[in-house]
Ligand binder design. Structure first.
Ligand SMILES: Nc1ncnc2c1ncn2[C@@H]1O[C@H](COP(=O)(O)OP(=O)(O)OP(=O)(O)O)[C@@H](O)[C@H]1O
Ligand SMILES: [Mg+2]
Length: 260
């Protein structure tokens, strides 16, 4: 039996009186690359933020290595978070720190490792994402795609067991997207990383995923291997993976009929 690394159980989240997640449940196995897809605003980033403990559920549980993190005190949560790297959708770099300081932020803040050593680690991680030579720049001196990659270098800087990627290839050119896909695969192969990847990039999803899950209307609507998802007869899944402008998703969003 494969070990369950992450388990999301009946996750419900309300923001004010808006019910966003209506009971999300799924498991991610150790070393799995689990892709989470869904329309804009469907709750993908919110789900990731719950898994890393940045948000508390309205109800439901999140288990990391069998430990329920939703009821942990902050100091214990920090311990568990050490195992995890998180690539924020919006990058979230500190503007007042150089690129290398951003990448090495965890070590500079929480350890006694000398800055020269941290610099070396940051340089190595930056090279892995095609960012060699940018160590001394500030985030404002980077392009959008470069900021994304610097954030990715930070997410993997501590050699985490779990990496949560929120749209790792959005805003990147096709070659760089392919390099990031390779990196996600390489981290699994060489370090045994377990990954959840939120993406709208269908090429990327189908090339890296062990399984793909689709969030729709606050629940996991479909889940399966890339082949199963590709061959699904469900009209919503079909519209999503075939990028069709008309179909049940459009009808719900715009209240239009397919023939319009
Ligand atoms: N902190 C918050 N406070 C209030 N509402 C929020 C908050 N975070 C997210 N939401 C709402 O929850 C819903 C889901 O947001 P989320 O960012 O998870 O979507 P998403 O699936 O990641 O979308 P996208 O593909 O556009 O990134 C949205 O309607 C959003 O307005
Ligand atoms: Mg999002």
């Amino acid at each position: 039996m494969r070990k369950v690394k992450i388990k999301v159980e009946n996750l419900v989240k309300k923001f004010g009186n808006r019910l966003i997640l209506k009971g999300i449940s799924f498991e991610v196995y150790e070393k799995e690359i689990f892709v989470l897809m869904g329309g804009s605003g469907s709750g993908k980033s919110t789900t990731l933020k719950h898994i890393i403990g940045l948000q508390k559920p309205t109800s439901g549980k999140i288990y990391i290595d069998g430990i329920d993190i939703t009821s942990l005190p902050e100091d214990k949560l920090i311990e568990i978070r050490k195992k995890m790297g998180y690539l924020f959708q919006e990058g979230a770099l500190f503007d007042f720190l150089k690129v290398w300081e951003n990448v090495g932020f965890y070590y500079l803040e929480n350890t006694d490792i000398k800055p020269e050593e941290v610099y070396k680690i940051a340089k190595e991680k930056l090279a892995m994402v095609g960012m060699a030579g940018t160590e001394e720049l500030y985030p404002s001196q980077l392009s959008g795609g470069m900021r994304k990659r610097a954030s990715l270098a930070r997410a993997i800087a501590t050699n985490p067991e779990i990496v949560l990627y929120d749209e790792p290839t959005s805003g990147l050119d096709p070659v760089m997207s392919a390099i990031i896909d390779q990196l996600i695969l390489k981290l699994r192969k060489e370090l045994g990383v377990t990954s959840i990847v939120v993406t709208h990039d269908l090429d990327s999803a189908f090339s890296i995923a062990d399984r793909i899950a689709l969030i729709h209307k606050g629940k996991i609507y479909a889940i399966g291997t890339p082949e199963e998802i590709k061959q699904s007869d469900d009209p919503i899944v079909k519209q999503f993976v075939n990028r069709l402008p008309y179909g049940p998703i459009t009808e719900e969003l715009f209240e239009v009929k397919s023939e319009v």
